[in-house]
Design a protein around this ligand. Structure first.
Ligand code: FES
Length: 186
């Protein structure tokens, strides 16, 4: 009986051999798929780039420069006849106090900009780069430095502390060392 049933079962249909027309259609579809995918890819890439550009506009590159002004304590903190090197590391500034006044000198050699050292025993600033020397008040006297050191604006802030402003310079060669703001009366 089962043999009869098996005999009656229709033989599985042979897969139709693809005609030239079908093959052409397959190729056409795969090409269409490829171009469609490529199109989407390009679209998404351009969308991504536009979004990045837009985000970049939202967060502009801003350089936060440190303030040129800083508080340097009270005038009484400085000893008469001495050069304070307290601010050289952080601010590149010496504070000098003599009998009559207090002033700030920028610790930058006027030759090529190195930071000189204050040599207390010799009573001078000495540049380690090419040997320029400056007196305690900043006058150049040896080596290639062409002019004296620069002084900076000093004033007393509302809280009684000294405020040094590195954005305002006073140059000896322009006759500015006696100008208001270039020193504080002791
Ligand atoms: Fe100071 Fe040259 S940079 S002597």
């Amino acid at each position: 009986m089962s043999e009869e049933i098996e005999k009656k079962k229709p033989a599985p249909a042979k897969p139709k051999a693809k005609g030239k027309k079908d093959e052409a259609q397959d190729t056409l579809w795969s090409r269409r798929d490829f171009f469609s995918l490529a199109g989407w890819g390009a679209f998404m890439a351009s969308l991504g780039l536009s979004s990045l550009y837009f985000l970049r506009l939202l967060f502009p590159r801003v350089l936060f420069e440190p303030s040129p002004k800083f508080k340097a304590g009270n005038p009484e903190d400085y000893t008469v006849g001495e050069v304070s090197t307290k601010w050289v590391g952080d601010q590149r500034v010496w504070v000098v106090r003599d009998e009559e006044k207090l002033y700030a000198i920028l610790a930058r050699c006027t030759h090529l900009g190195c930071t000189p050292l204050w040599l207390k025993t010799e009573g001078k600033y000495k540049c380690p780069c090419h040997g320029s020397g400056f007196t305690m008040d900043g006058m150049n006297f040896e080596g290639p430095a062409p002019r004296p050191l620069e002084r900076l604006k000093v004033e007393i802030g509302p809280d009684g502390q000294i405020v040094i402003d590195k954005s305002k310079k006073f140059l000896f060669e322009k006759g500015e060392w006696g100008k208001p703001g270039s020193f504080l009366r002791a």
